[in-house]
Ligand binder design. Structure first.
Ligand code: BDR
Ligand code: CA
Length: 308
């Protein structure tokens, strides 16, 4: 199976991504590293443990960085609710939080595993990944690939007109990661805003037993924000696109292009400046996804979540 580390700030969409990964035999989830993002770290690490337990697994969960590299934390309770995982309340987790720091787990895992066998899946701000690369530059070349949710180009931003939340929260970290030289796949808003839930899919989830009911309650909650704010048909399931791309890259299309991160301008801070039309001679550093097969994506989710 493909070994992955999921770096996450759950988040209802992070939660669905984690369930999809845990349900998929093609993937071996070595660990979950929590990061501050949608809500502060004490909640994201707790939510991560609740999600693992909901799936009936004991995947180790580590707490990583509690603040961005160079800025105060910006959170998104307005999207995800006070806990970050509002919906059906889950029991207090009994799965213990691992003692070592999430960044140490990333470093030690990459040092231990054969080079080119571990893929990093960041679903939140890139603080943990950038910190690991900064502290242990030797691990960078051992990374197989980074598949991340973040950014947006034609679609604009969702936290400012120019920036998507994950990149905006820690633009310095994003800049370091995009410059790391390893293969990167980016699932930006251009793709994830097409992965919209539908009433029919949520109803299907609700009929699938305990886990399905919880997923339905998360997506219901999540939907309220997006349908009100954007008038969209459903809610974008951003983060599950990362896991779905690993499982079924044929459901997606994009281009190998150069992507740079804006870290200076107040107006466009955290923008992913994507050279989609190849108007510069800057070398491509990322596969930037623009399209997703919505039906294929939601069938995959139903099939896998149904197997948990
Ligand atoms: C991203 O921001 C978070 O709120 C979501 O979990 C997702 O990772 C979307 O911009
Ligand atoms: Ca997230």
């Amino acid at each position: 199976a493909q070994k992955i580390i999921i770096d996450t700030d759950p988040g209802q969409d992070d939660a669905v991504a984690i369930l999809l990964a845990l349900a998929s035999p093609e993937l071996e989830v070595l660990g979950l590293t929590a990061v501050a993002g949608n809500v502060p770290l004490d909640l994201t690490q707790r939510n991560a443990r609740q999600i693992v337990e909901l799936a009936g697994r004991d995947t180790p969960v580590f707490a990583g960085c509690d603040a961005p590299l160079a800025r105060p934390l910006v959170t998104a309770e307005h999207v995800h609710g006070k806990t970050g995982l509002d919906g059906i309340a889950l029991p207090d987790p009994t799965l213990p939080l691992q003692e070592s720091h999430g960044v140490d787990f990333i470093i030690e895992t990459l040092r231990r595993e054969p080079a080119g066998t571990v893929t990093l899946c960041p679903l939140g701000p890139l603080t943990n990944i950038a910190t690991a690369f900064e502290r242990a530059p030797d691990i960078v070349e051992k990374v197989q690939r980074i598949v991340l949710m973040g950014g947006g180009f034609f679609e604009g931003g969702n936290i400012t007109p120019a920036a998507e939340f994950n990149i905006y929260v820690d633009p310095e970290a994003a800049k370091a990661v995009f410059a790391c030289g390893r293969p990167i796949t980016v699932l930006p808003l251009d793709a994830t805003h097409k992965a919209l839930t539908s009433k029919a899919w949520i109803a299907e989830m609700r009929s699938m037993g305990r886990i399905g009911e919880v997923v339905a309650s998360w997506t219901d909650f999540f939907e309220r924000f997006d349908t009100e704010k954007y008038g969209s048909e459903g809610a974008p399931l951003h983060d599950p696109c990362v896991i779905a791309w690993l499982l079924r890259p044929d459901l997606f299309s994009g281009r190998e292009i150069n992507v740079e991160i804006e870290t200076q301008s107040e107006l466009t801070l955290g923008m992913t400046v994507a050279d989609w039309w190849g108007v510069t001679d800057r070398a491509p550093n990322a596969l930037f996804i623009g399209e997703v097969d919505r039906d294929g994506f939601f069938s995959l989710l139903s099939e896998r979540i149904g197997q948990l």
